[in-house]
Design a protein around this ligand. Structure first.
Ligand code: OAD
Length: 271
């Protein structure tokens, strides 16, 4: 019944916005950060800060290679939850996806590309990436399949750079001599103001705001559902575990995203 209600609201809404986190990619095999067997149980969060990158780029990269291999060592494909959101977008029911994930799977789902990168991903992490569907994908934390030169700003495919680092080029550098940094937001690094503002504006504009597969403890994700609720949106939260924002949600579905989202999408799009 809760899902039916959410589907009705989505059908009637002018603007629907989704915020996603690691939980939506977990069924694709991508490890989550927190919770059972989360990445931060195997790696020390403190080694991957922006401060460490600046102080000790060689050591940072040495550790980062191991983290990257753990996170992205295999190729992932979008799952039915990513696809359900892409379908909602194609049907005109989803304005934007703000994602904390750096795996690029929303873009893959929207463009029908599996695994590999695609030219539409070569945008700045702060850009809203037009995906060919109606839906804007805003990668709030960047994209781990790219690195960016800290000197000239050039972005390039991450794979060969990780290979070079693994082969002893620590830290890996650009032709211009600048040091590469993974094109993701590190702890202690500011998210781009433009990306935050865009996400906040979307939250304010939304009539329905869906928070999916996120523990909602890292800002700005932690504040967006509250902003949406404060400006009158119906807020739905879909995660396995409780979140600190459950009290602002109109609907909480504590179930697997691969269960909930295809059902929601078919409820919304049925004739
Ligand atoms: P977390 O790992 O903190 O939370 C994942 C959430 O997804 C948890 O609440 C789980 O209950 C839920 N979950 C896992 N599998 C699920 C499934 N199959 N169906 C439904 N829910 C499921 O991930 P995020 O909230 O994305 O930041 O983490 C936020 C940020 O913290 C990340 O972007 C990263 C991390 O440190 C940076 O790297 C800057």
């Amino acid at each position: 019944a809760a899902l039916e209600r959410l589907a009705d609201e989505i059908r009637r809404a002018e603007t629907v916005v989704a915020l996603t986190g690691a939980g939506i990619s977990a069924p694709s095999g991508v490890p989550t950060f927190r919770g059972d067997d989360g990445v931060w149980e195997h790696f020390d969060e403190g080694q991957f800060t922006y401060g460490r990158f600046q102080r000790d780029p060689a050591g940072f990269w040495d550790d980062r290679v191991a983290l990257h291999r753990d996170l992205f060592g295999e190729e992932y494909e979008p799952n039915v939850a990513h696809e359900a959101l892409a379908e909602l977008g194609r049907d005109g029911h989803l304005e934007a996806i703000c994602t904390q994930n750096t795996d690029g799977l929303h873009l893959d789902a929207a463009t029908g590309v599996g695994g590999d990168g695609d030219s539409s991903q070569s945008h700045s992490s702060t850009d809203a990436n037009a995906t060919g569907s109606e839906t804007t994908v805003l990668e709030l934390h960047g994209n781990a399949q790219r690195v960016r030169c800290q000197e000239c700003g050039a972005r390039t495919d991450a794979d060969p750079i990780y290979d070079r680092a693994e082969n002893g080029e620590l830290p890996p550098t650009c032709d211009c001599g600048g040091i590469y940094k993974p094109d993701v937001v590190l702890f202690g690094e500011q998210l781009s103001g433009a990306a935050i503002q865009r996400a906040q504006a979307l939250a304010r504009e939304s009539d329905v705001f869906l928070a999916i597969g996120s523990s909602l403890v890292v800002t700005p994700a932690a504040s967006l559902p509250r902003t949406a609720a404060a400006t009158g949106a119906t807020v739905g939260i879909v995660t396995l575990e409780e979140t600190p924002l459950d009290d602002v949600a109109d609907v909480c579905c504590r179930r697997d995203v691969t269960d909930v989202l295809p059902r929601l999408s078919s409820l919304v799009t049925r004739d």
